[in-house]
Design a protein around this ligand. Sequence first.
Ligand code: GLA
Length: 409
Amino acid sequence: MKMAEGQWLALVLCITSVYHVTCLNNGLALTPPMGWLSWERYRCITDCETYPDDCISEKLYMEMADLLVSEGYKDVGYQYINIDDCWMSKERDGRGSLVADPERFPHGIKHLADYIHSKGLKMGIYEDFGTKTCGGYPGSKFYLQEDAETFASWGVDMLKLDGCYTNAADYEYGYPIMEFFLNRTGRPMLFSCSWPAYISNPDYVKIAKYCNIWRNYADIGDSWDSVRGIIDFYGKDKGNFSKVAGPGQFNDPDMLIIGDYGLSYEQQRTQMALWSMMAAPLFMSSNLRKMPGKSKALLQNKRAIAINQDPFGIQGTRIDMIGKNIQVWTKQISPKGKSFAFTFLNTDEGGSPTKISYLLKKLGAIAPAGYNVTEVFSGAFVGMFKPQDSLNVSVDPTGVFFGMAKFLG
Ligand code: GLA
């Protein structure tokens, strides 16, 4: 039943004051979640007559679930099939419950969740904290408890709660309340918040108490400019949000667009490398029916995924620049403080590959016993290096050298 605004505000104050002492503890996202999410590639296509393969429908999610398994994505860790916006009917039903669009989801969401679970996968869904979703479908404002219970009854495993159509001041109350209601259902649901993306100067420590993952920058589009913008935003962070990341709580730079239209192969390598370095959730948003072989190999690269999924959950950071075009990133991996991944990113958009010579100790490699360095994508052994040795590599325009230095102690 819909609550009046006054009742809702009273509930806000009550729950947040009680709830501050408890916080998120659903045991989920101990490493960055991995899966497939429809938004970047399939947006809000609702015309299934014209676009039978691309429209937001149970057919799309079932097929992607099938392909996650049959094409080997599940075997390397991709697990969630996530519905994004535009899955609903334009109105709630007579009792105020959300309903899926009956034409596009003729069997309902529970049936879809059951199907996805039968494949050994998990299902995510999308809602919005405001009065409407960004695409104009019914939002959860005044219905948070109801919607949390509906999602639990359908067998939802993850909720992306967007932040359109509400007041900036409401986020810091609304998201914790939704987290409270999700917890109260007893069904563990990974909570993806868009809260920091909608406000200036987010309190990330507070956000991490309530959310497993959170978006904090503009939506990704299918272009290098978009990917580059996100990398720069994360690169400029001086420990504000990057240091908050850890098991159960990760920054979300948005979906992987590898295998779509906008990135060259070099740029796809760059996205995979940087998303691995940033301990980012790995949600592919692409057509798994027609994934180019080289893109699929990147998405399934076990060494890159192992860096992303490292159990310490440390977010890599940009530690240096060489000239104005080469960014140097490092990420500590287990064993903590000893081994690390590193990336040289060449943001030059023209010309030939740039040659780099960089002292190992400047990457943080200070153990006198030395390190074995491998190139991550190929697994090729580069050599054994001591801290005072220089590593010489060549990096293509808009490409990366993605390395791993394993402590030899
Ligand atoms: C916002 C989000 C996107 C997507 C759309 C759906 O823009 O940031 O990721 O969910 O809404 O309308």
